[in-house]
Write a protein that binds this ligand. Structure first.
Ligand code: BG6
Ligand code: MG
Length: 223
């Protein structure tokens, strides 16, 4: 394992994306979008789904409709996104703490023990419900989600608001992200980013790891 860079160990604030960093909801988004595409008469593949990671619900629908070669007015688009969300919520309502990605909850606890402030910075409007079903709402000092921001990632709004809610400067915060759009949002906010996933996709991040488990300290030892 590469040594943990000092921008991570010296940060006073940590801003976490949710989907793909703390919990793997991408497969449930995929099932719900695929069902919508099937109803509209076209196939939606896992490769297509990659394009929706980190992207807001309405923008995801736009991309999906582009793939299907379809166009609808605003009212019909909202209707379709609402339908997809109802299916998605039905799928995620069955989630419990066992769905937390390896090491994620322990890493949040480790940061808290080290005095680091923690905020959520997610595009999802379902984030509060997801954190509650995972039983980890209490590990966050601030929650910023799709209900609080007007501009979606790669716009930096979600992370800038997160830093403000923690009472910290952007430069004191580190972002943990699994999507390219999220890494770009972090950089535009003036923050360094830890990429969670494939270095070939997340090469723009200052440090890339396969999951938050890679940052857990061996019991009782400092880095
Ligand atoms: C992001 C996901 O976290 O949230 C995207 O990566 C999703 O795939 C977006 O579209 C919005 O989620 P929701 O729950 O508001 O539809
Ligand atoms: Mg994500």
């Amino acid at each position: 394992m590469k040594p943990v860079p000092s921008f991570i160990t010296s940060a006073r604030g940590a801003l976490f994306d949710l989907d793909g960093v703390i919990v793997d909801t991408a497969r449930f988004h995929y099932q719900a979008w695929r069902r919508l595409a099937a109803e509209l008469g076209f196939e939606f593949t896992e490769a297509h789904n990659e394009r929706l990671k980190g992207v807001s619900r309405m923008r995801s629908l736009e991309i999906l409709l582009e793939i299907g070669g379809l166009q609808f007015d605003e009212a019909r688009s909202v209707e379709l996104a609402t339908k997809k969300n109802a299916w998605y919520v039905e799928l995620i309502s069955k989630m419990g703490p066992e769905e937390i990605l390896p090491g994620a909850a322990d890493y949040l606890r480790q940061l808290r023990a080290d005095g680091v402030k923690i905020a959520l910075g997610s595009a999802s409007k379902n984030a509060p419900m997801i954190l509650d079903s995972l039983g980890i709402t209490g590990l966050f000092d601030a929650i910023v989600d799709g209900n609080h921001v007007a501009k979606a990632k790669p716009d930096p709004e979600v992370f800038l608001l997160g830093a403000t809610r923690l009472g910290l400067q952007a430069a004191d915060c580190v972002v943990y992200e699994d999507a390219e759009a999220g890494i770009e949002a972090a950089h535009r906010a003036g923050m360094k980013a830890v990429g969670i996933g494939d270095p070939a996709i997340l090469g723009a991040a200052e440090f890339v790891i396969p999951g938050l488990h890679a940052l857990l300290k061996p019991a009782g030892l400092p880095f």
